[in-house]
Write a protein that binds this ligand. Structure first.
Ligand SMILES: C[S@@+](CC[C@H](N)C(=O)[O-])C[C@H]1O[C@@H](n2cnc3c(N)ncnc32)[C@H](O)[C@@H]1O
Length: 376
């Protein structure tokens, strides 16, 4: 039987499920039940299509043409694209939810960015994450080859990437995607966490360990005028943070200090240490946690934001998706609860964990660990 010969007449009729007699009436056909897991396999493949479409739209600058309701013909003319296929492409973006459509009477629909996503997709917005999305897409597109090598050959040796090479990659990341993700998500999260800690207005010194472009320190220093601090990073990344600090006119209170946190002194006498998504890169965690404890003033607080595996939440799969390659490279993504235990082991007295906190790409656990008692 050819596909063309598969008409409604040739479909099996389930008892009690009469086929519609009129061509215009709507009714549901009896469909075979397929396991939800098979549909999940197709959904996984179709998700790649969403990522391709989003990346192409970003690369073409399509969202800049969609600030207000605009028809496909106009977008096509502005970007020198095929009008017919631009219509289909915009219809697809609307089905993803990133565009809204307005249907005119007897006229083709027009489209605009959904107001909720506009701050993140319009390049003029301070919260723009387009480059970060394109970067993640590029990395994930290469993931198939890398996973196969890792699967066949196992965890690479420590010599596979030197600290020298790593820091230049991190410096580039700090200039673009980490900065965009910090502005859009990490900074608002940090501000909210800080505001909820009872002693935040007594903080005088902070360390942002592995702070990338330093925007968390900059935001907290802007909120708390008595706060000074250090962004400790690989030297090439610390230079990026220092430029951001100077651009924010905070060089009297903040500075980027270069070093390797595994071997170099990151200072002491801190009231707050912020440490997000850094411990994954530390092979032997205990000495670092002990040094963090020692670096705090009595009553000081360590805020650790790190993904954990197996918290049993619906978001566990997202964590596994994001961190699979890193875990296969031997990076540390600890089982839920283990970082809290290790912090107790390093001498922290109170450790409070908040699960499933929104963070760039995948959620994290936020652990608030105190050295001794809260100062009065
Ligand atoms: C995933 S990024 C996180 C950046 C930032 N904390 C955030 O949450 O946006 C990890 C950072 O840790 C830094 N890092 C990793 N290992 C380091 C080391 N041994 N010494 C200094 N910095 C390190 C990297 O340079 C990078 O900026």
């Amino acid at each position: 039987m050819t596909p063309e010969s598969l008409t409604t007449d040739s479909l099996p009729r389930a008892p009690g499920n009469a086929l519609p007699t009129s061509a215009s009436s709507a009714a549901s056909l009896p469909s075979p039940s397929i396991p939800a897991l098979l549909q999940s396999c197709w959904d996984a493949q179709l998700a790649c299509q969403d990522a391709e479409v989003l990346s192409l739209a970003l690369e073409l600058g399509m969202f800049t043409c969609l600030d207000s309701f605009t028809r496909a013909e106009r977008v096509a003319a502005l970007l020198a694209l095929s009008p017919v296929n631009t219509h289909l492409f915009l219809e697809f973006l609307a089905s993803m939810g990133v565009l809204e459509s307005a249907q005119g009477d007897h006229r083709p629909p027009s489209y605009r960015m959904h107001p909720a996503i506009r701050p993140y997709l319009h390049p003029d917005s301070a919260l723009y994450v387009g480059d970060a999305l394109l970067f993640r897409h590029k990395v994930l597109s290469r993931s198939r080859e890398q996973l196969e090598v890792l699967l066949r050959k196992g965890v690479p040796g420590a010599e596979s990437i030197t600290a020298e090479a790593a820091q230049h990659t991190w410096a580039q990341a700090a200039q673009t995607q980490i900065a965009q993700e910090q502005r859009a998500v990490t900074v608002p999260v940090a501000r909210r966490i800080a505001a909820q800690l009872p002693d935040h207005d007594q903080w005088r010194t902070m360390l942002d360990l592995g702070g990338g472009p330093g925007l968390v320190s900059i935001a907290l220093a802007e909120d708390l005028p008595a706060l000074s601090g250090t962004v400790f990073e690989y030297p090439a990344v610390a230079a990026v943070a220092q430029l951001n600090i100077e651009a924010a006119h905070l060089q009297d209170r903040l500075r980027g200090i270069g070093g390797d946190l595994l071997s170099d002194d990151f200072g002491c006498g801190y009231d707050l240490i912020w440490c997000s998504s850094v411990l994954h890169f530390v092979t032997c965690m205990e000495p670092v946690l002990q040094r963090l404890h020692a670096a705090l003033n009595p009553g000081g607080v360590l805020v650790c934001c790190h993904a954990e595996v197996g918290a049993g939440s619906a978001d566990n799969h997202r964590v596994l998706q994001y961190y699979l390659r890193m875990r296969m490279q031997g990076r540390q993504v600890l089982p839920a609860g283990e970082l809290a235990e290790r912090l107790h082991g390093a001498g922290f007295s109170e450790v409070t964990t908040f699960d499933d906190v929104v963070f760039p790409v995948a959620p994290v656990a936020v652990l608030i660990a105190r050295k001794g008692r809260l100062f009065s």
